[in-house]
Design a protein around this ligand. Structure first.
Ligand code: NAP
Length: 285
């Protein structure tokens, strides 16, 4: 029987998830179609309920539904519950299971692609939204020394640090226009951008949250934004002589983990990455 799986979000724009997920299903010659399901908030509940039908494997969830959808699934995975967001639904014979693969999707490229050694490292996380929350739980599971969370809306950074203050030896928070922020940048071994600053399609896609002169040359700068592949922040980091990691490996990795939950098969990650890169370069042309 033909099965369906798809991406629930609104609006969806030019998402590349359908392309690289379909490549994985085709790799195994599975009779499954991955679709884009632009779903406005008012019809979300009925769309999620329809996923209990046995033709559906489940769904990926993206902005703005990741938090609200927690109330619409039957079983929450403990990791997703802790993070407070669901990005993957699995339809297990009519019972909807909610997972979060963003956290592992964030940390696996750091370990496998750039072999970052977390031990004793000072980490600066810019942003305190949903992506930051997934990153914070992943970072708290590593042997880092300190974590500073900096956000435009300072109170959100404060709330996020409260959640992990017992999990990391040193935890602090700042705004993004303070002396403390400049200091946190210059002390960091790993700088992570989890804001949408520099993302294509935003009001000012040429903006970087941090200028070149503040970035330590021996740091790693990780931008979760994947469109464009080299964001303004990554350009500044390269100019500073720092190492860089873009957001595409995270996007593919969280998708690969979702694929494995739907199919119980090992995701063909190299193929998915190659297809994702090609699809992204087409959206740039
Ligand atoms: P979100 O929950 O809406 O959070 C947005 C964050 O960006 C907040 O911290 C917000 O600060 C900050 N921000 C937005 N515009 C800003 C500006 N002009 N100046 C300063 N701060 C600004 O969104 P999200 O889900 O966390 O996603 C954030 C980014 O991560 C997006 O670009 C998304 O594409 C990317 N992402 C990538 C992946 C991946 O797989 N690579 C996965 C998830 C997300 P305030 O709190 O002050 O509003």
């Amino acid at each position: 029987m033909k099965s369906l799986v798809g991406l629930l979000g609104y609006p969806l724009g030019h998402s590349i998830s359908p392309v690289f997920q379909q490549a994985a299903f085709d790799f195994y010659s599975l009779n499954t179609t991955y679709q884009a399901w632009p779903t406005p908030p008012d019809v979300l509940r009925s769309k999620v309920a329809s996923l209990r039908n046995d033709q559906y494997l489940g769904a990926n969830i993206t902005v703005p539904h990741k938090e609200r959808i927690q109330d619409m699934v039957d079983i929450m995975d403990p990791e997703a519950e802790k993070i407070g967001a669901v990005n993957t639904i699995v339809n297990n014979r009519g019972s909807l299971e909610g997972y979060n693969t963003d956290s592992q999707g964030f940390v696996i490229p750091l370990k496998k692609l750039v072999r970052f050694d977390f031990k004793g490292k000072r980490v600066l996380l810019v942003g305190a939204g949903g992506a930051a929350r997934a990153a914070v739980f992943a970072l708290a599971g590593e042997p880092i020394q300190s974590l500073t969370i900096s956000n435009r809306t300072h109170v959100k950074a404060t709330k996020l640090t409260d959640i992990v203050k017992h999990l990391v030896p040193e935890v602090s928070h700042t705004g993004i226009e303070s002396m403390e922020f400049t200091k946190a940048v210059s002390n960091a071994d790993l700088i992570v951008n989890s804001t949408s600053i520099g993302m294509s399609g935003t009001e000012d896609p040429m903006l970087s949250p941090i200028p070149t002169s503040w970035i330590p040359p021996n740091s790693l700068v990780y931008d979760m934004v994947y469109n464009p592949p080299i964001t303004p922040l990554l350009s500044e980091a390269l100019r500073a002589g720092a190492s860089i990691l873009g957001g595409l490996p995270m996007l593919v990795q969280q998708g690969a983990l979702a694929f494995e939950k739907w199919t119980q098969l090992e995701a063909p990650i190299d193929l998915m990455s190659k297809v994702a890169e090609e699809a992204l370069s087409k959206t740039l042309n």
